[in-house]
Write a protein that binds this ligand. Structure first.
Ligand code: GTP
Ligand code: MG
Length: 287
């Protein structure tokens, strides 16, 4: 794609400044990553803000990611002394473990307070991450109430609110922040496919071709199984695969012309609903 993706809205710059202020009273940061994209869903701007503060990584949407790959990511981060936990913010899997790790990470800061003779208080945990990775879902799941607004569109959370979880933990949800620029076009498309960038901002035609390219490399046979009943694709290029899938799925216009746009929408939607099975786009081994 030759056109530059213009996707850094002004509110993100403002939100970044607010985050920086809020961070001053925070003991621990939980950085929420998309388990399917732990590299591309990490925001270097947030990492810079977090600095040397204790942090725990939450690999969310683990239900949509390849379990073996997610496990490998947890080991990868922990080897770098970065505590990590795989979670599912919707059904609650792994959240107890995550909060436990956050408490552990915050313990030294609280001990310091007691040594100074100050009263013990809950550990203050800030949830950070790019849009749509499931920060609010995580907070909701932890407090088991619908106190925070969640949505299936990136950029739903704008305000800030501390939530007392129990006598040990306070949580702060934050709005999703994207870095002002992405390392490369592929990362941008994968973030679009996984829902972190608004549909209107990236080229969904390019995105579906990238999805096909990735699946053919990482999970050969998956697309054939779903759209070709196990048969082989006649073509090799992503464009050919898309066109053949459209034909075989009966995506034809009145004049019999294949409707690849419909097929593209269907594939993206199938992927996002997890109907193509668990998929990871990034592994710790690849640099
Ligand atoms: N399958 C699956 N979906 C999830 C999971 N966590 C969150 N979601 C979905 O992802 C979408 C975004 O969730 P939110 O919690 O609103 O994400 P957010 O990070 O708060 O987004 P912003 O506030 O816009 O930055 C919603 O449709 C959630 O239901 C998960 O673990 N698995
Ligand atoms: Mg939110």
């Amino acid at each position: 794609m030759s056109k530059t993706i213009q996707w850094y809205p002004g509110h993100m710059a403002k939100a970044t400044r607010i985050l920086n202020d809020d961070l001053k009273v925070v003991d621990v940061v939980i950085e929420v990553l998309d388990a399917r994209l732990p590299r591309s869903s990490a925001n270097p701007v947030l990492q810079e803000l977090i600095g040397a503060r204790p942090a725990v990584i939450a690999l969310n949407k683990s239900d949509l990611a390849d379990p073996a790959v997610t496990e490998a990511w947890v080991r990868f981060f922990e080897k770098q002394d970065r505590p990590a936990a795989l979670i599912n913010a919707v059904d609650g899997k792994g959240i107890r473990n995550l909060i436990q790790k956050a408490k552990q990470a915050g313990a030294p800061a609280l001990e310091k307070l007691t040594r100074k003779g100050l009263r013990p208080r809950p550990v203050r945990v800030m949830i950070m991450g790019i849009p749509n990775v499931g920060k609010s879902s995580l907070v909701n799941r932890v407090v088991k109430g619908a106190l925070t607004k969640t949505g299936d569109k990136p950029g739903v959370t704008r305000g800030r609110q501390w939530i007392r979880v129990d006598s040990d933990v306070d949580l702060l949800d934050t709005p999703g922040i994207l870095p002002p620029s992405l390392p490369n076009q592929q990362s941008a498309l994968l973030l679009g496919i996984c829902g972190a960038i608004k549909d209107t901002i990236y080229d969904s035609g390019e995105a579906v071709l990238e999805l096909i390219r990735q699946l053919e490399i990482r999970y050969p046979g998956k697309l054939q199984q779903r759209y070709l009943k196990g048969g082989a694709f006649a073509g090799n290029t992503p464009e050919e695969v898309l066109e053949q899938a459209a034909r075989l799925q009966g995506q034809l216009g009145k004049d019999g012309v294949v409707q690849t746009e419909n097929m593209a929408r269907m594939m993206l939607s199938d992927f996002r609903q997890g109907r193509l099975g668990p998929i990871s786009f990034e592994t710790p081994q690849e640099s």
